[in-house]
Unconditional design. Structure first.
Lengths: 245, 197
């Protein structure tokens, strides 16, 4: 029995398939990460639309549900020009698309995380707020993949005062007092998260170290020990270099 | 089916070419057979010659019939400019325009997470070597205006550092283009790159 649905989605990647078609991977709101063939997707008319980050209205059709199926796409808005106008935006867009491809299972919808991703991509180009929004998005990614951090109270003492560490094992916040002699084994919790101080670039960089630890040591092993996409490391390195300059 | 095995083999091979299917391959082969002296024999000779000699230039990655291509050996083009392109087809497009008189470097693709193409798969190390070996004053990044193309351009820029003039092609309204038919991204890029008349 033929299957058909229509949804909104973010293009994660597309590659040429044969002479005129393309295989696209789209992160949709109600159907999760989904692949499909776009007939004529390599044409001069469609190919410029099929850039990562593009917001698309997609219709997916297949004879059977487990077939690859074919997409018909209607562009809603392109983010390519915004992304390409700045290094940080470009690196950020690549990191988001690569991490979604890497982390989320196919055809498993997560509408709330989709909404967060769409909101994050709509902030592209606003370099003053984007790095923080990206950090919060990575925390949400850990949450949706089952490796969420609990930063509400100290894992050892239960207090919510002076939370300055995160346990690299449990992913829970640890206070200065709770860390005791294990303080040097803890990951720093950004001060704007644990102590509610003002957001700084240094704090955001510490946040990337924290989320990077759990992406590398919790999420990646659970996905067959594949290495994290290089695009994430490139974004973090670029952010670090830009904040130092 | 032509009822002859050799001709069928030729049709099958022709049908694998880009832009041709079995039907158009049959027509092409029939045309070649009809123009045997004028077309088929010279084509066969030419194909045999190119098959025996075609290779990638060890210097720039262009396709030629010698180890070092004609552009790399042309002394008049040694003007200190290297134009970096993604593919040989892009190099040919630049040459068709006839406006660039320097030398080229063909990367052989762009960085792509989906296709698992990293910097090691491209000819970026050779580009860095060339910049050291040749007296290069400017590197022009003529990569496609796509996310992958720009990502590759930024990666190369990071590798080159600050010691060299690095430029990229402009983006905006094509010659003869009408605004009404342009996408939002192109209009936005064109507006950002506007210049005083």
């Amino acid at each position: 029995m033929a299957t058909e649905w229509r949804d909104t989605g973010i293009l994660l990647a597309s590659r040429r398939h044969g002479e005129s078609a393309a295989i696209a991977e789209v992160f949709t709101r109600a159907h999760g990460r989904h692949a499909g063939v776009i007939r004529g997707g390599a044409s001069r008319r469609i190919a410029p639309i099929l850039q990562p980050g593009a917001q698309l209205d997609v219709t997916w059709r297949a004879r059977l549900d487990d077939h690859v199926g074919a997409f018909t796409v209607e562009p809603q808005r392109s983010r390519a020009a915004t992304a390409m106008s700045g290094r940080l935006s470009l690196a950020g867009l690549n990191a988001v698309c690569a991490l979604v491809q890497f982390s989320l299972p196919e055809r498993d919808p997560s509408p709330e995380f989709y909404d967060r991703t769409e909101a994050l991509l709509d902030l592209l180009g606003q370099d003053d707020v984007w790095p923080l929004a990206y950090l919060q998005w990575e925390l949400a990614l850990l949450e949706v993949t089952g490796f969420g951090l609990d930063l509400s109270a100290c894992a050892a003492t239960g207090t919510n005062e002076e939370l300055i560490f995160v346990s690299p094992r449990s992913g829970r916040a640890v206070s200065r007092q709770g860390a005791g002699e294990w303080a040097d084994r803890m990951l720093p919790l950004p001060r704007f998260m644990g102590l509610r101080e003002a957001v700084t670039d240094q704090g955001i960089a510490e946040g990337y170290t924290m989320t990077g630890h759990f992406l590398n040591n919790r999420l990646a092993p659970a996905l067959g020990n594949r290495p994290l996409p290089e695009a994430r490391a490139r974004f973090v390195t670029l952010f670090d270099r830009m904040r130092r300059d | 089916m032509s009822s002859n095995r050799d001709i069928d083999t030729l049709i099958d091979l022709m049908a694998r070419l880009p832009g041709l299917g079995p039907r158009s391959a049959r027509r092409a082969v029939l045309h070649l057979i009809r123009k045997r002296g004028l077309l088929l024999s010279p084509l066969a000779d030419s194909i045999a010659r190119v098959a025996a000699t075609a290779r990638e230039c060890v210097n720039c990655g262009n396709v030629g019939t010698a180890d070092v291509c004609d552009i790399c050996t042309d002394e008049t083009r040694a003007n200190g400019e290297i134009c970096v392109v993604e593919d040989v087809a892009d190099l040919w497009a630049m040459e068709r325009a006839g406006v660039f008189k320097g030398r080229y470097h063909v990367l052989g693709g762009t960085l792509s997470a989906m296709d698992a193409i990293g910097p090691e798969e491209l000819r970026i190390p050779r580009l860095l070597d060339r910049i050291g070996e040749e007296t290069v004053g400017e590197v022009i990044l003529a990569l496609n205006a796509t996310i992958d193309g720009m990502t590759t351009a930024h990666y190369i820029a990071d590798q080159l550092g600050d010691g060299i003039r690095l430029t990229s092609l402009a983006q905006g309204v094509p010659i003869g283009g009408e605004l009404d038919y342009l996408d939002d991204g192109t209009i936005s890029a064109a507006l950002k790159a506007r210049r005083v008349l």
